[in-house]
Design a protein around this ligand. Sequence first.
Ligand code: SAM
Length: 484
Amino acid sequence: MSLNKDMHPRNPYKEKPPDFQALAIEFPEFRKYCRIGKNGKVNVDFQEDAAVRCLTKVLLKKDFGLNVELPDGSLVPRIPQKLNYCLIIEDFLNINNLCAENEKIIGIDIGTGASCVYSLLGAKYFGWKFVATEGDVMSAEVAHRNVSNNYLNEKILIAEVDPNAKTILMDMINKLGNDQNFTFCMCNPPFFETKETEERFTYEPSLDGEKYSNRVIFEERSQPHSITFASSAELQVEGGEINFVNRIIDDSIILRDRIKIYTSMLGRKQSIKPLKQRLEILGNDVKYYVTTLNQGKTQRWILAWTFVPEIVLTYMDRPANLICLKPGLIRIEEKMKELQSIVRRENNNILIFECRRITWKHRRAQKRAEAKLNLPNAKRSKLSSIEASSQTYLGTGDGKDSLSDSGNFVDVRRYSTSSAKFSDCEVQAYFPCSNYSNPNLRFRVSSSSIPGNNLEDLISIELLSGAKHNLNQLLQFLKNSLAS
Ligand SMILES: C[S@@+](CC[C@H](N)C(=O)[O-])C[C@H]1O[C@@H](n2cnc3c(N)ncnc32)[C@H](O)[C@@H]1O
């Protein structure tokens, strides 16, 4: 199923996919890969590497005025997807009002590859400057030629780096000097673990160097939708993409606001969780956001994080406001303590809240259950004692597995049996795990006075991490219980 309908809304290929017929008429080198199908339409064989390579080159030429060399056996960038990532970067710049002067924006393109595609598109289409790093000597040389051939030397600096160095960004940034800061970094890391390439790809001995493809030779699997050739450096790295991005996170902990917005693409959904957990551990200083890249038949993910408090990473992160009777911050603090939230004070007007469990949902059911459990002894003694068999389900984890999603909720059900004297009894209990340390939700609350209003405060609530829908529900709960 095509994901093109979910492409970035500003991606020109969303409404207007490449027109093979027009490209075949304009570019003879592409025409030789085109066939006219039974329906009269021009088709391209995506199983043929040379055809895929040529299509990317003519698209870059026609739509962006770029002449790009793509050496045999190296990755062929899929332009709609590459543009999607650049447009997400542009969204981050837009929402932070950083786009006003595009020529002042400097990005880092980590592992630019031979195509140098993000830097070329970023410089030509968006007007940004780049330092583009590359760990493979041959790819760095070709990237350099691609920059020169397109007269973009003023905008793109290729930095050849040691791929075995522990740091990915730090050495390169230190070499550039202390006064050089960056607006963002972007990266398409090698996805796979070193041993995985052999298992998943076909070795291509006819090509120079260690090259692989996704062609299926022996197995009974169907051929991939589109052929991909790549070098081992493009496909694999020790520890896979999780390790690679963790190394960028390591660098970011030291570099902090020298790069305003850190981003990386992720090729595997299962990489998101461990990387988010890693960022969570860094505490209140870091904000992160995950979004998707959709194009053709593939979905990818972008992880973005920042150490700059003023930077927002989504429109939804924009602080939500609440008007509350004075003293607003103290009222919120009391309410949040009732909801078992951990509170940290940033300064007199700002508090950070950390919620490990979602305690603001099903409040009525929770209260009713508590009331039942806390019946006065006089009432309890009136309850008839019965013989019961009992079944208990125990949940563990973050509370999401409890039926009510409401923390220490206990449900006891009694079922009649054929005998009036006996009943079956079922107990469902949720026990929070003490070693479960990742908070569900973290947010910053700040209070300010409203000019000319002595009764109320303006409360701003900003999501730091966790699901937006949980914060929205909490906000509604606070509005209902606190709003003046
Ligand atoms: C998946 S390819 C991405 C190429 C290109 N950016 C693209 O999106 O088509 C990953 C690239 O990262 C490079 N690389 C691997 N380790 C690196 C490191 N430590 N620093 C810089 N580049 C590295 C590889 O040589 C390869 O060119």
